[in-house]
Design a protein around this ligand. Structure first.
Ligand SMILES: Nc1ncnc2c1ncn2[C@@H]1O[C@H](COP(=O)(O)OP(=O)(O)OP(=O)(O)O)[C@@H](O)[C@H]1O
Ligand SMILES: [Mg+2]
Length: 220
């Protein structure tokens, strides 16, 4: 379970999509659980990327589900979820993963589910239970977390970064008036990795990375 933490428009959704596409091309099914954006709109945006192949969705190698629709089906369409309902939600997500046969899962975003749960305590409970569920299922999952530009803060509830196996931070960095997208792997259990900052570019063929050259004046 990897946390994709970042600010607005840093490329979280695009990176998660590419992760599913690359997996599907290798025969690993993917599940995209959308909370913030309606799947129809998501699909529309996805098709502007050359690397996205709509046939992967048609052939159910990638399944996109709207969590708000699931809330409704479960009768959880009130503003706030009760503690028992958190368990129902986790179980439902678990069933969705099983039914779709997904090996790769994206939740975009964890933050939005957290808002629905309201209290921090319940949000933590949800994240811990979801983490356990994904671990039992043996999937590789990316959880999007919308976090601001507070240095060193990668999670909203303070537990995500501790329970996940990896944290990838995406940020907007201002340089000479331009806004650069910067990616940094904060942690990735069980592997050696760079902790350097990389400038990323979202291109039609996928994400490109280059070392972040420190020259020039930074205005963060
Ligand atoms: N076809 C495309 N080719 C290259 N870049 C694109 C294309 N379509 C969108 N983009 C870029 O991707 C950005 C959106 O990225 P994305 O939605 O992945 O970010 P995000 O971090 O998920 O944003 P949010 O905070 O809104 O959830 C757009 O602002 C635009 O700069
Ligand atoms: Mg997004």
């Amino acid at each position: 379970m990897v946390l994709m933490a970042g600010g607005v428009g840093t490329g979280k959704t695009t990176l998660c999509l590419e992760f599913l596409v690359r997996g599907a091309e290798k025969g690993e099914k993917g599940l995209f659980i959308s909370v913030t954006e309606a799947s129809t709109k998501l699909l529309q945006n996805f098709t502007t990327f050359e690397f996205f192949r709509p046939d992967l969705v048609q052939h159910e190698l990638i399944t996109i589900v709207d969590l708000p629709i699931i809330y409704e089906r479960l009768g959880l369409n009130r503003e706030e979820l009760k503690p028992g309902e958190v368990d129902i939600l986790v179980r439902t997500i678990q069933d969705l993963v099983r039914e779709s046969g997904a090996r790769r899962v994206v939740v975009d975003s964890l933050t939005s589910v957290g808002f629905r749960v309201r209290s921090e305590e319940k949000a933590r409970d949800f994240i811990l239970k979801l983490g356990q569920a994904f671990s039992d299922l043996g999937t590789t999952s990316l959880m999007v977390a919308e976090v601001g530009a507070v240095p060193g803060v990668h999670s909203l509830y303070g537990v995500e970064e501790a329970i996940v196996d990896g944290v990838v931070m995406l940020s907007n960095v201002r340089r000479r008036g331009d806004l650069l997208r910067v990616l940094q792997v904060i942690k990735m259990r069980g592997t050696v990795h760079s902790r350097a900052q990389y400038v990323i570019e979202l291109t039609p063929i996928g994400m490109l990375m280059a070392p972040f050259l420190k020259g020039g004046r930074l205005e963060t």
